[in-house]
Design a protein around this ligand. Structure first.
Ligand code: ACO
Ligand code: KIV
Length: 511
């Protein structure tokens, strides 16, 4: 164990509990592959009892992703634990993570159980999990609001029954760093068999203290930290993986601990997750935000030009934010384009490269200078591709002051060409209505967001939409320098996804 803190990534479980996030099996698998490249120690792949889609996603990750331990979550009952094992058993190293709440408020109102009953459930549940695998994690939900003496008894029982990791969640983000550090020290001192287990923490960000609490816990004996990329998670989210890891690295003078994280993959992983979940990263987000290494004011710029470390405590290059000496535009060739994409971490196959290069040339006709962010947007758009039933061939929008917005769209499939026009409250609404008509798909828009990939008047607009169909949520993306076109492409992408996933028989993991 030595000086290492284990990184337990819960982006695919607690992260997926972020309101509005719903990932399908392929997206979860793509994220898990990238998490393995990032070097996390444990991937919490999902909660198999929650839905058939979650079960299948955990199973696919267990079967296909090597490197990290693959973990499945289960409530303490046998039904959950058996189902978790059924999904995760395919992994080379499989973990069952079982939990029950231990605070008075949760036991009384939510579980309707006495502390004695909970203690008995812990013993039975952990033993059940241990019958399947040596690697068992037990979490005391709402630990930070639990009575310390009772909590220590619970952990002692869990360890005696076979738990190899005991997790201390600050489930509602109520703790403060000093207090949480002392709490962890109290558990270390109060659980007699604690040496037989790894102490883990799982901090929520309701007061914006999740990373600070995790660092305080490490200082007091925690050896595993549960976190999620971009701070995703229930309510205000979990401790952000990138912030915790970089905090530990940057202040190694204080902590003296290492992780197995491959820092070069941090930025790429953050982007992939943002793009697949449709959850944008706020510009001033620590470590991975667009402004995290941008210097606006003269005195700062002067300082950075003279010596980068005057205003930068981390090196963006270390995080995989690569600066290029090549300038891209319409005169650029295929070799330079391919090399740059590979430097940025995108390894496309030949047909994907053909398509990417074609889109790059089209973009270069509209935009004078193509930046790395534009190239990333192009590559990520291609990676999210699914077979399209309908392709947008024509879009005409009429809108303005005193005009009823109307949109005409023409879509083509293998054997059909269909055209329709609709009016709407605004131009985007009109385009969406026309797309529903031409495709015959009645979907409901749940979320729309528009993000300018770079600054400037000719920036690419990246639109993400979420639509509901049959109680499930489907995400669509579209990019274009014309935001109305990007919106229509995103909506059609979501409709194509509904058609593809339903025709494929693939269950998606809605909530
Ligand atoms: C702190 C966390 O993040 S925990 C993880 C939270 N994640 C999720 O809940 C996402 C997935 N959840 C789901 O799909 C559903 O809630 C399910 C499938 C787990 C359960 O669904 P349902 O059977 O319909 O129950 P519902 O969600 O309404 O209520 C939860 C039940 O589990 C019980 N429960 C809650 N936690 C536990 C636990 N750790 N161990 C045993 N039982 C528990 C509750 O007391 C309640 O039981 P009751 O029906 O006897 O009152
Ligand atoms: C299941 C546990 C670890 C959890 O998510 C929490 O308590 O927040």
């Amino acid at each position: 164990m030595g000086n290492k803190v284990f990184i337990f990534d819960t982006t695919l479980r607690d992260g997926e509990q972020s309101p509005g996030v719903s990932l399908n099996k392929k997206e979860k698998l793509d994220i898990a592959v990238q998490l393995a490249k990032l070097g996390v120690d444990i991937i919490e792949a999902g909660f198999p009892i929650a839905s058939p889609g979650d079960f299948e996603a955990v199973k696919a990750i267990a079967q296909n992703v090597s490197g990290p331990v693959i973990c499945a979550l289960a409530r303490i009952g046998f039904g959950d634990i058996d189902r978790a094992w059924e999904a995760v058993k395919y992994a080379k190293r499989a973990r069952i993570h079982t939990f029950i709440a231990t605070s008075d408020i949760h036991m009384k109102y939510k579980l309707n159980k006495t502390p004695e009953e909970v203690l008995e459930m812990v013993a039975l549940g952990v033993k059940r999990a241990k019958g399947y695998t040596d690697d068992v994690e037990f979490s005391a939900e709402d630990a930070s609001r639990s009575d310390l003496k009772f909590l220590c008894k619970v952990f002692e029982t869990a360890i005696a029954c076979g738990a190899t990791t005991i997790n201390v969640p600050d489930t509602v983000g109520y703790a403060t760093p000093d207090e949480f550090g002392k709490f962890i020290a109290g558990i270390k001192a109060g659980v007699p068999n604690i040496d037989q287990a790894v102490i883990s923490v799982h901090c929520h960000n309701d007061l914006g203290l999740a990373v600070a609490n995790s660092l305080a816990a490490v200082k007091n004996g925690a050896q595993q930290v549960e976190c999620a990329l971009n701070g995703l998670g229930e309510r205000a989210g979990n401790a952000a993986l990138e912030e915790f890891v970089m905090g530990l690295y940057t202040r190694r003078d204080i902590y003296g601990y290492d992780t197995g994280i491959n820092y070069q993959e941090i930025y790429r992983t953050s982007r992939l997750i943002s793009s697949l979940t449709g959850m944008p990263v706020q510009p001033n987000k620590a470590v991975v935000g667009k402004n995290a290494f941008a210097h606006e004011s003269g005195i700062h710029q002067d300082g950075v030009l003279k010596e980068r470390t005057t205003y930068e405590i981390m090196n963006p290059q270390m995080l995989g934010m690569v600066q290029s000496n090549l300038v891209f535009g319409k005169h650029s060739g295929r070799h330079g384009f391919k090399q740059r994409l590979e430097e940025l971490g995108y390894h496309l196959n030949d047909p994907e490269m053909d398509q990417a290069f074609k889109q790059f040339k089209e973009l270069a006709d509209k935009k004078k200078q193509i930046t790395d962010a534009d190239l990333q947007a192009l590559a990520e758009n291609l990676m999210r591709n699914i077979p399209e039933k309908w392709h947008l061939e024509y879009l005409y929008i009429c809108s303005g002051t005193g005009v009823t917005p109307t949109a005409t769209v023409r879509v083509v499939s293998e054997d059909q060409v269909v055209e329709e026009a609709s009016c709407g409250d605004g131009p985007i609404n009109a385009a969406f209505k026309s797309l529903e008509r031409v495709t015959g798909m009645g979907v409901t828009l749940q979320h729309y967001s528009l993000n300018a990939v770079t600054g400037g008047k000719d920036a690419i607009g990246e639109v993400t939409v979420k639509v509901e169909y049959n109680d499930k949520v489907f995400t669509g993306h579209g990019i274009s320098t014309d935001v109305l076109e990007a919106s229509a492409l995103a909506y059609l992408n979501a409709i194509n996804r509904v058609i593809y996933e339903n025709s494929n028989g693939e269950e998606i993991t809605g909530k």
